[in-house]
Design a protein around this ligand. Structure first.
Ligand code: NAD
Ligand code: DAU
Length: 368
């Protein structure tokens, strides 16, 4: 059983949700978060955990092998859960360098540190869990079967190519050196603490700021949306029961066209404002929502270069072999998400800083 965890990228969106879930579900053992706190990392996402005796945070880079090795030894780590990555497809198109550095070189250095401490050292039971993405499998056409674990890799963006490379490294370190590894593959996550560069939080926040809701191309691209806490539960199950060297898709069979998701969020936001009068005072800028005309903010913008048309994940293996099933329905998950952003204004306001504005200007040219 995993006992002392090192979680890389634990101050990011999925990592922070995993850390909260793990800390709640596992009152014993210890957990170290290693995170470089890039623009996407946010210590406020871990706030409640800080100060706990079982939890520690280290600001550092996964490429720093000496640092990683010392944490593995000093904290007696038996399990690495590797989330740290550059994760945004659009940024990878403008500036791929950081994606190669962190996702490929960073994963390589982490694997080497684990090999050095675990395999050349005390031979302790260990596991390196790698968090991957369905984007490594490429793009589906309408009617194509879902991605399974045995799909060939066909990554199309610098982001997905760098993630595919990291998956291959993890596999090779298992096959060649005998490092115990597992890999999980998930589809588009949504939920609390997601940085507002991704579709769902951009739409929620722009509604509250009465800004355009940018839809790339025709808006008919399909994504398989999955609530982030169910992703955390899936990773937990793989850590507890998964077989070494195996790959597990984790998903909830929930395909939506982008434009349909955006329309739905507009409706949920209008509903939230009509049910709870406090939001009108709290978000006076949300004039289109207040007037019941949220959808008028929908704005079609130029498409993402090389935009993948459809992702859809087949999670049969983890269901049948490990007994996994998601707890949240899409309806309850998306309502919780809208509500979380309404109730956690301080969290998202604090990230709408200079570098966020620069990114919005660069990608959309619409921010004031
Ligand atoms: P994110 O961008 O929100 O967070 C990434 C975290 O990694 C940040 O806290 C950042 O500071 C940290 N980081 C970046 N470079 C680092 C470095 N060199 N050293 C240490 N820390 C570093 O990303 P996310 O959406 O939480 O994704 C986490 C992982 O899950 C990624 O590996 C991603 O590929 C994978 N994934 C994400 C989704 C999704 O929908 N978000 C779906 C499937 C898989
Ligand atoms: O599938 C898993 C992947 O999901 C993860 O590996 C990535 O880390 C994560 O970022 C996500 O990638 P996507 O590119 O699918 O997510 P994003 O939220 O950026 O975009 C979702 C869809 O919405 C996509 O078809 C592009 C579109 N989109 C996105 C933005 C930011 C828009 O139409 N407008 C936008 O402004």
């Amino acid at each position: 059983m995993p006992s002392n965890l090192l979680v890389t990228g634990g101050a990011g969106f999925v990592g922070a949700n995993f850390v909260h879930h793990w800390a709640r579900a596992h009152p014993e053992g210890s957990l170290v978060v290693l995170d470089a706190l890039t623009y996407a990392g946010n210590l406020a996402s871990l706030g409640a955990l800080e100060g706990g005796s079982r939890f520690s945070f280290v600001k550092g880079d996964i490429k720093d092998s000496e640092l990683v090795s010392s944490i593995l030894k000093e904290k007696n780590i038996d399990t690495i859960v590797h989330f740290a990555a550059e994760s945004h497809v659009d940024r990878s198109i403008y500036s791929p360098d950081a994606f190669i550095e962190t996702n490929i070189l960073g994963t390589f250095r982490l694997l080497e540190a684990a090999r050095g401490v675990w395999l050349k050292g005390d031979g302790r039971k260990h596991c390196f869990h790698h968090v991957s993405t369905d984007e490594v499998y490429g793009s589906l056409n309408p009617g194509d079967p879902f991605f399974t674990e045995s799909n060939t890799f066909s990554p199309n963006s610098p982001y997905s190519a760098s993630k595919a490379a990291s998956d291959h490294l993890v596999r090779a370190w298992h096959h060649t050196y005998g490092l115990e590894v597992t890999t999980s593959v998930s589809s588009n996550n949504f939920g609390p603490y997601q940085y507002p560069e991704k579709l769902i939080p951009i739409v929620i926040i722009n509604l509250l700021e009465n800004k355009p809701l940018p839809i790339y191309g025709d808006g008919k691209q399909i994504r398989d949306w999955f609530f982030v806490e169910d992703h955390a539960r899936g990773i937990e199950l793989v850590l507890e029961k998964g077989s070494g060297g195996e790959r597990y898709n984790i998903g909830g069979n929930n395909e939506w066209a982008n434009i349909d998701i955006v329309n739905l969020i507009c409706e949920l936001m209008e509903e939230a404002f009509s049910v709870n009068g406090k939001y009108k005072n709290q978000f006076p800028n949300a004039t289109s929502v207040i007037k019941g005309k949220a959808k008028t903010l929908i704005t079609y913008v130029k498409d993402r270069p090389g935009h993948d048309r459809r992702y859809a994940i087949d999670a049969t293996k983890i269901q049948q072999e490990l007994g996994y099933s998601p707890r949240e329905s899409f309806e309850t998950g998306i309502r919780k998400t809208v509500s979380w952003y309404l109730e956690n204004e301080a969290w998202w306001r604090s990230v709408l800083d200079g570098s966020y504005k620069d990114w919005m200007d660069r990608n959309y040219g619409v921010n004031d």
